[in-house]
Design a protein around this ligand. Sequence first.
Ligand code: ZN
Length: 132
Amino acid sequence: MPAKKREAAPPVSGDALIDTIFLIVVDSIKKHVKAIRMKRKLKHPDTNQALYGLLIRDENAIYIEKPVRHSKKERDMILSTLIHEVLHLVMQSSFENRIRRLEKVLMTRLTDEQKKYLRDFLPKHIVKKEPD
Ligand SMILES: [Zn+2]
């Protein structure tokens, strides 16, 4: 599991459904995700297609593209990508469009504290290692 600085209880929004999905995402990061790796340019290892995020299922590793630009838009994209890839891990059999819809719902409904809690799992450094 990726290191997390503080062990405070996860924050809540007050919406039971949103909070439950949020906690499922948090549990999955803590229990199943082995590594979160930030890449400057992320490409699919087989197709070379440019990607925002990639889940390597064999090693439960998540790769996320971290652009040089660091505005709110990029920060939101990185968080949205983390949520998206963790949802793939949690809901292995679900279709891409449902994952995308749930990702958008969470980005709209999570509180700033909940978003920060998830962001704290992201490493600050960039890795050179390519996904394989
Ligand atoms: Zn996807």
